[in-house]
Every structure is written in C-alpha cells, then in structure tokens.
Design a protein around this ligand. Structure first.
Ligand code: ATP
Length: 234
C-alpha cells in the first residue's frame, strides 16, 4: 500500500477549475519533488491533500483510506503537515515558545523539542530570540521545526527555498537529509529545481493543473528539454 495515492483528482476554487485529473503516488519514506512554474498548481495540489481547497473530487487515499471527504483537522491529525510558503511562526514568541506551542498542539505523540535543536542547530543558539527578530532563513527553519515537532508521517514543504540565500539553501538541504533519515516522507514543491533534485528520488512535473511528466530524478537530469519546457531552466 502506498502512503498517498491520488487518482483523477480535480480541484476547484469556486467556479474556477484548477486541477485536472491529477495522478500521483507517494511511497512511505520517499522524497518526491513536485515541480512546475509559478501558478502550475503546486500549492493547490497540497491544498487538495490537506483539505483546504474549497472543492476537490477524485480518489485521494492516505494509508489506503480515503481522505477526500475528511475535515482539515482529521487530515492533519492523521499525520500530514504542511509548511506553507508564507512561513507560519508567531512573531512575538521566542523560538522556544514557538516550538512549545506547536508541540502542545500535536494530536499524537510529539517529538522532543531537544531533537529539533539537534536537527536545526542554528535555532539552538536562538532559543530566547523572538520570531520577528530571526532572519528569513532562520524563520524558515523554525517553520519546518514547528511542523516536525508534531511528528508528522508526511511533510509537505511549499517552496522552502523561496527568498533564501544560496548558503542557507545548502544548510536546508543538509537539514532535510537529516529529517528524511528520521522516518519522515516528504513532498517538496519547488521552483528551485537544483534543490529539489538534490533531495528527491522521483519527481512530478505539473503544468496548468495537469500531470506533464513523472519519473526518477536520474531520468529527469537527462531531460533538458523537460526542464526547459516546464521549468524555465536547462
Ligand atoms: P506558486 O508558485 O505561484 O504558488 P503554484 O504552482 O503553487 O504556484 P497554485 O498557487 O496552486 O500554483 O495556483 C494554481 C492556479 O490556481 C493558478 O491559476 C492560480 O491563479 C489559481 N489560484 C490559486 N489560489 C486561488 C484562489 N484562492 N482562488 C482562485 N484561484 C486561485
């Protein structure tokens, strides 16, 4: 049984149809890249998983069970956590307080806050600093740490490198390698193809809300045509 299965998924914002018969399968402990240009439908795909899109149709199964009609809370409680593009931290709370609030809100057994400092060593020195005084990179780390402390099985990262300096992207790559080694399945939606490819085993490319291509990263590396056509690099 796959961890997540999507078949013929359609997504709508009011009368606007934005996902078209999308298929996607993610196995336990995989790292999968969800690639596509601005507006291709990556964020909306995540919303279809988390239940925050206004209307979705099709087969969406998590651990073999349909989540297509489950509430946002029920889906979150089943172990799926989204780190949205706009970092979700409490600006006036300290790093430590941000982590405590997230941990205490966990529906199942949370991870240890000390484990978060082990993984995100940059946060260890900033425990008493307020969220609003952190750099963009530090806020991104905290945002991911807040999701991770709730002990998700499936972590959805929406453009985690957005706005980050290359050196921070390198740190984030190492941190995500560490997270993946701790039994977490990850889907990364990215426009930063190099970053996504360095971490992932497989990729789905979406264009205008439709599957455009999927395959292994090895295959994708040889397909400059795809990178150029769908991702404006090459
Ligand atoms: P980005 O990098 O800009 O987030 P994306 O690949 O994540 O791109 P989506 O945000 O999923 O793309 O957008 C897919 C389509 O849905 C776009 O045409 C977008 O304009 C539309 N869309 C997104 N959010 C809404 C909304 N709240 N209401 C109506 N249409 C929306």
């Amino acid at each position: 049984m796959s961890l997540l299965e999507f078949e013929n998924v359609n997504g709508f914002y009011g009368n606007s149809h934005v996902l078209f018969d999308l298929d996607m399968t993610v196995e336990q402990n995989e790292v999968v890249a969800l690639l596509g240009r601005n507006g291709a439908g990556k964020t909306t795909t995540f919303r279809a998983i988390t239940g925050t899109i206004p209307r979705r149709e099709g087969r969406i199964e998590y651990r073999g069970e349909s989540i297509a009609r489950k509430s946002v809370e029920a889906i979150s409680n089943s172990g799926i956590k989204l780190v949205p593009e706009e970092r979700r931290i409490f600006p006036t709370l300290t790093v430590q307080e941000n982590l405590v609030v997230a941990r205490d809100a966990a529906s199942g057994t949370p991870r240890d806050i000390e484990e978060m400092y082990e993984i995100f060593s940059v946060l260890d020195d900033l425990r008493e600093n307020r969220g609003q005084n952190l750099s963009g990179g530090e806020q991104q780390m905290l945002s991911i740490a807040r999701a991770l402390v709730q002990n998700p099985d499936l972590l959805l990262l929406d453009e985690p490198t957005e706005g980050l300096a290359p050196v921070i992207v390198e740190d984030l790559t190492e941190i995500l390698e560490d997270i993946v080694s701790r039994d977490v399945t990850v889907i990364i939606a990215e426009q930063n193809v190099e970053f996504a490819l360095s971490l992932s085993e497989r990729a789905y490319i979406i264009e205008s809300g439709e599957n455009a291509w999927d395959g292994t990263i090895e295959e994708l590396r040889d397909r400059e045509d795809l990178l150029e056509q769908y991702l404006s690099v090459g």
